[in-house]
Design a protein around this ligand. Sequence first.
Ligand SMILES: C[S@@+](CC[C@H](N)C(=O)[O-])C[C@H]1O[C@@H](n2cnc3c(N)ncnc32)[C@H](O)[C@@H]1O
Length: 266
Amino acid sequence: MDKIASRVNQFYEQYPYPSLPIRTERDLIKKLHANVMSRILATAELEQGSLSGKDILDAGCGTGEKACYFSYYGANVTAFDLCRASLGKAQELAGKFNLRVDFSRCDIAEFRPGKKFDHVFCLGALHHTKYPYTNFKALSGLCKPGGTITIGLYNRYGRLTHRATRMWIGLRAGNDFGKRMAYVERSVYGRRMRSTHEIAYVADKYVHPHESYHTVGEVLDWFDRDGFTFMGSHPHIGKGKIGAFMAQLKWLARGNGFFIISGMKD
Ligand SMILES: C[S@@+](CC[C@H](N)C(=O)[O-])C[C@H]1O[C@@H](n2cnc3c(N)ncnc32)[C@H](O)[C@@H]1O
């Protein structure tokens, strides 16, 4: 594990993400679908009904909500993460709903499963690694021909003002996670965070020790280089690199810092 992965791991051991409050089957299925999964699946032209029997990889699965969702719909799910605390929660969640997911602890840079997948998901993890493209390439090699890859990344334009806030927090509160969190609660929110999910969300946003930023054009280049055809994104982007650039200007104005993008392996 390199130094960045080690520091990122320390962070998530303290703040496992996303730690969603999933108490009932309705929370896992209806709420998760409405809040995030419908948008994620749409980028790869997938629906709940198309998941059954598919081999799915969730790389950097965090606390496992998405992996459990895939499993609920009958997919054969493999999921891994660096963070033991997150995996503990993920396993608990799967157990609660009697779902089978092959969870393991691994660094993306070292993951060699010896099999390929119909759908590879890696949401919000590559930008916390030292070599995002190298890790994308490794994951893309795990996709079957005709399979899809879906990645979620911070956007270079949309996250610009947020980067300034993060720098300010660094100047005022330093690098200690607890001090940064206390500063954010006091100075950004003016109150203590109320739930485990709220703590996880706010820490991920303001306290995180390492993030990188990416443009849509850059990811389209990754797709080209590794034999993927662009399928869709959230938020939506216009046609070609000019359309993507124009869309990102809107994201800059709206502070839309995260995008999801899918490609199909040729
Ligand atoms: C923002 S969370 C996203 C969790 C989940 N994918 C989701 O969408 O809810 C990022 C996750 O990536 C994991 N991660 C970061 N670097 C990693 C690495 N090098 N190898 C494996 N997992 C990593 C973290 O431990 C964390 O759980």
